[in-house]
Design a protein. Structure first.
Length: 575
């Protein structure tokens, strides 16, 4: 017989055996209890962990709302595109397949490999907004863990014509500038979701019942008229180029409803091309940039004096000897004119004449009228970054500041703000609230001055475009026109630059019953001419002439009454 191994003859002490048995039974009890808890009492945990292995939730993109002009013409629309994504932990492909996929996506093999190495992420984009033919070739590769996702890309049919007003969206179709940003909540909608089941290769094999439908974005109808927008953009761009200007802007308003019918800036950009979206080009100068309005503010000074009954249109103002000393400063007229009526002060744009009118009335009167006309506050059109300008409190004015303010120095405005202020003269003394959205009916405005004062100033503004005025080039065949030129030195480093100007013109037509208000600003013309009557007024004339005919506004003047422009005797406003 074989000898018995001594180790087999050893006996475990009965106490230790019982402890070991108890520990084993306790371990089994814990495991049984844990299994019971997870599979009966708290099943959600295991179900969740299991679902992570095969279930996915796909986002259903919401279609962004369209933007149209007032007549239904498309200005912005989202078109469906495909984006390639990967689920890195599910990707199975050879090196050759990876190189083939990289070539289709326009990437290097190293770039693609870097994205696929993000194993901790369940979803990663490989290429956004892929062309349809390239997306079809990706599908034909039948690669595990690689799929397509339907998205939307914003397209702007008008291109650069309405770029500053519309703005643009980012690659996720979210508004970044302009109307796209201002009305993001309305346009964007809400994405939905759909649960699906994938196999081990990442392929969708079954669609789940859990579907949350997307809420589509709502359409937006702007107040813009595409015909007038194209016209305004064309004429402004031509003027900026012709005068070698740094920039320019134009605003066209419906004087009855306060709707913005056109708004353009130069330089422009194509919102369909991301590379051109530089800050210098995307800024909407008509709404966000400020400048000193110069002589375009003179009608408001005269209106304040008329309201205070200090003057009448035929009242005389002595402007000789061509300058006015206020404190230690001198205000001058480049062309001394002697005795002028108040109407002639506006027509010839006399700094001395309007300064004397301003100094003859309490400074509070002028400040109150300017404030009621909207200066110093934003136009409240809902556009991102709209500027309110600067109008100092009258209690801080010195006499020289009261005098220079009367002809538009020491105050800053945006072009939209200035255009809106002129609706006071086109609308019987009532300031129109502006809108970038189409209105079905006019909205009540705020009274600023009496109808009589507004009519009197409008009559004076008609003389500005007649012989002897500063804006003969603003005439329009068949229509009476009223308006005012402005030419102001630019502020640079806190001082007025001697050879940098802002040229402007604001006018309305038909003057007998104004339908449109148009404001034009040309920033830093460099080719010799810089007066508002020479640089900005012709843009006004070209735009409003074609706009009135497009809108079929009845004529209010003989069709052969245009006065020829005599450049030798053409009046220029005082700078």
């Amino acid at each position: 017989m074989r000898p018995v191994n001594p180790a087999l003859s050893l006996r475990l002490p009965i106490g230790r055996a019982r402890v070991l048995l108890a520990l084993m039974l306790a371990g089994f009890a814990v495991l049984t209890g844990r299994a019971l808890y997870l599979q009966v009492l708290d099943r959600e945990f295991l179900q969740h962990e299991g679902a992570l292995r095969y279930a996915r939730s796909l986002e259903l993109s919401a279609h962004r709302g369209r933007i149209t002009d007032r007549n239904g013409e498309l200005l912005a629309i989202s078109t469906p595109v495909e984006s390639v994504f990967a689920s890195p932990q599910d990707v199975r492909m050879s090196a050759a397949q990876r190189r083939q996929l990289a070539a289709l996506l326009g990437m290097t093999d190293a770039q693609l490999l870097q994205r696929l190495q993000a194993k901790t992420r369940g979803f990663v984009y490989l290429k956004r907004h892929l062309a349809p033919d390239a997306a079809a070739r990706v599908v034909q590769l039948r690669l595990s863990g690689i799929g397509l996702r339907r998205e939307y890309k914003r397209y702007y049919p008008a291109g650069e014509v309405a770029s500053h007003l519309l703005g643009f969206t980012d690659i996720d179709d979210r508004g970044q500038e302009g109307i796209e940003l201002a009305y993001e909540d309305r346009l964007a909608g809400q994405p939905g979701s759909r649960s699906v089941i994938r196999d081990r290769l990442g392929r969708v094999i079954e669609a789940g019942d859990n579907v949350r439908l997307p809420v589509e974005g709502r359409d937006l109808a702007l107040s813009i008229d595409s015909r007038l927008q194209y016209l305004a953009h064309r004429e402004l761009k031509a003027a900026v180029k012709a005068h070698g200007a740094k920039a320019g802007a134009i605003v066209v308003l419906d004087s009855r409803t306060g709707e913005v019918l056109a708004l353009a800036n130069a330089p422009d950009y194509d919102p369909n091309t991301r590379a051109l979206r530089t800050p210098g080009r995307t800024r909407n100068r008509a709404i966000t940039d400020l400048f000193e309005p110069g002589s375009t503010l003179k009608p408001f000074t005269v209106a304040a004096a008329l309201e205070a009954r200090l003057v009448r249109p035929e009242s005389q103002v002595q402007t000789a000897p061509g300058y006015l000393v206020v404190g230690d400063r001198r205000i001058r007229d480049a062309h001394p004119a002697g005795l002028l009526t108040v109407s002639q002060v506006i027509q010839r744009s006399s700094n001395v004449g309007v300064a004397k009118i301003a100094l003859a009335m309490p400074r509070e009167n002028l400040w109150q009228l300017l404030t009621r006309a909207g200066f110093g506050t934003a136009p409240q059109v809902g556009f991102p970054g709209e500027a309110g300008g600067r109008l100092r409190d009258f209690e801080r004015w010195r006499p020289i500041e009261q005098a220079t303010l009367s002809y538009g120095h020491g105050i800053s405005v945006s072009l939209l703000q200035l255009a809106r202020a002129y609706t006071v003269f086109s609308g019987d003394g009532v300031l129109q609230p502006l809108s970038l959205l189409r209105r079905d009916a006019a909205v009540a405005g705020a009274p600023v001055m009496s109808a009589g004062t507004a009519h009197a100033v409008r009559t004076m503004l008609e003389t500005v475009v007649q012989p002897g005025g500063t804006a003969v080039r603003a005439q329009v065949m068949g229509y009476r026109v009223a308006g005012k030129t402005g030419t102001a030195h630019k502020l640079e480093g806190g001082r007025y630059a001697p050879n940098s100007y802002v040229s402007s013109f604001v006018g309305m037509a038909p003057a007998s019953d104004p339908r449109l208000v148009v404001a034009v600003m040309i920033d830093e013309p460099t080719k010799g001419q810089y007066y508002g009557g020479v640089v900005a007024a012709p843009v006004f004339s070209a735009v409003i002439s074609e706009a009135l005919r497009t809108m079929q506004v009845p004529l209010d003047a003989p069709t052969m009454t245009l006065q020829p422009v005599d450049t030798a005797t053409e009046a220029k406003e005082e700078v």
